[in-house]
Design a protein around this ligand. Structure first.
Ligand code: UTP
Length: 277
């Protein structure tokens, strides 16, 4: 398998669950203590060897672009006052050689449609998808774990999380073959977005994917699914007919920062473990 060097970050969603905060500020820019939510996931991708970050964005998300660009005026002021520590924070070493690319999603037609906007930037290769809402604290990171499994199995791999019954209908839920290799690695034979009843398992997709470029064949011409949106889950379901896809129950402490509860829990966790220092 070629090196996995590109990651797609869909950030064009409307963030309605955080209104009014997200009326003028992208959800991804909400701070988790002193860093915007998006930076945690970008850091995770870069430390896992990703060299190009492709943001799928919209006209309301310009501040994300600004955040990963230089702010020369501020840098100059900090330099004059000798505040090297602050310069490091706004101009991080680990991002120096990373290419940031921005593609607009014109209409918010769903996650699947957002990913499809990156098709011209992905060649014959595997690539990562990170949903920055899902904050995962671990070392090695969730993305690193999935990259390792993709390499070992030479297949697409979806990050999984065990979810209690009462919450499972909020997620994409997998079914798997009996031949699944171990307690963490599952050979998918089905996947369904937000099942209303009879979920096929207690394992849900959680914010990280390594997919082959073949996914674009299934995203094109896909009909809208749940909530009238073009669903990535539906494309994965169709792709399963022709390609091996595994699910991996990765280790890590997981927070759904797209919900208020998860957002508060993430802040409390990082603060109490002093991880932000
Ligand atoms: P969500 O389902 O969390 O939607 O999207 P949302 O709009 O961000 O938030 P709520 O539900 O309105 O509060 C999952 C991911 O897919 C992206 C979002 O930015 C988020 O990372 N997304 C969703 C897009 O990029 N485009 C879309 O059309 C929909």
């Amino acid at each position: 398998m070629k090196k996995i060097s590109k990651a797609v970050f869909p950030v064009a969603g409307l963030g309605t669950r955080f209104l009014p905060a997200t009326k003028a500020i992208p959800k991804e820019m909400l701070p988790i203590i002193d860093k915007p939510l998006i930076e945690y996931a970008v850091e995770e991708a870069v430390l896992a060897g990703i060299e190009e970050i492709i943001f799928i964005t919209s006209h309301t998300k310009r501040s994300i672009e600004d955040h990963f660009d230089k702010n020369l005026e501020l840098e100059d002021k900090l330099l004059k006052s000798g505040n090297k520590e602050a310069i490091q924070k706004i101009n991080r070493d680990i991002f120096q050689n990373v290419k940031f690319t921005y593609v607009r999603q014109k209409f918010q037609k769903g996650l699947g449609d957002a990913i499809l906007q990156a098709s011209h930037l992905i060649e014959d290769e595997y690539f990562a998808i990170l949903l920055a809402d899902d904050l995962i604290v671990n070392n090695p990171s969730a993305t690193q774990q999935l990259i390792n499994v993709a390499k070992e199995t030479n297949s697409s791999v979806i990050g999984l999380n065990k979810v209690p019954k009462e919450n499972i209908s909020k997620y994409g839920v997998i079914s798997f073959a009996d031949s699944s290799k171990n307690e963490k690695l599952f050979h998918l034979n089905g996947i369904i977005e937000k099942p209303k009843s009879n979920p096929p398992s207690d394992m849900a997709v959680f914010g990280r994917y390594i997919l082959s470029h073949h996914i674009f064949d299934y995203l094109e011409n896909l009909e809208p699914g749940v909530a009238g949106e073009i669903q990535l889950t539906d494309a994965i379901k169709h792709m399963l007919n022709d390609h091996d896809i595994n699910g991996y129950l990765y280790d890590g402490t997981k927070f759904d920062c797209g919900s208020k509860e998860g957002y508060v829990q993430a802040i409390t966790y990082l603060a109490s473990n002093m991880i932000f220092k």
